[in-house]
Design a binder for this molecule. Sequence first.
Ligand SMILES: Cc1cc2nc3c(=O)[nH]c(=O)nc-3n(C[C@H](O)[C@H](O)[C@H](O)COP(=O)(O)O)c2cc1C
Length: 163
Amino acid sequence: MKALVVFYSLEGHTKFIASVIAKELKCDLLELQPEKEIPKTGFKKFFWGGKSAIFKEKPSLKNKIPDLEQYDTIFLGTPIWAGTYAPPINTFISDNEIKQKNIAFFACHSGGGAKKCFGRLQDFLKDNNIVGSIDFIDPKSDDEEKKSEIKNWLNDIIMTKLN
Ligand SMILES: Cc1cc2nc3c(=O)[nH]c(=O)nc-3n(C[C@H](O)[C@H](O)[C@H](O)COP(=O)(O)O)c2cc1C
């Protein structure tokens, strides 16, 4: 398996999960960074971020996206914004041809769940093999329990879905 972890994170929660996955799998990590980041605090954060998610915006990214041909498995991580994936993820899945890969989703939210988001991603990425999904409520980076939950999830995917 050659895997890539792709994620966006405004406030660090999704970044924590992404780095645990990449460390565990010893695989490449790609943090999507919009050219213009939204404010990180207060009402403005929810206003601009929420609007951008609701209107399915595709913000330009600073990143140079690697050739995805070299990966057979992608872990795709996002915070939940207005019930769905964050706009930089929309840019990534819209601007790159993602087909015939194993894909697993991970998401962080404040309690609203990730079901709708995962359903939308699954619809968008229908030419792929979806191998798993997991979500967390605002995980803290020193949470050892979360780390072992992620490791168990990865083991389960590797043992049952990728062989
Ligand atoms: C613009 C915006 C919209 C959000 N919408 C939701 C939501 O619909 N449901 C929810 O449970 N949490 C929502 N949240 C909370 C984040 O999903 C949550 O705090 C997440 O852990 C943040 O991940 P991050 O630290 O990787 O950015 C929202 C946060 C922002 C900034």
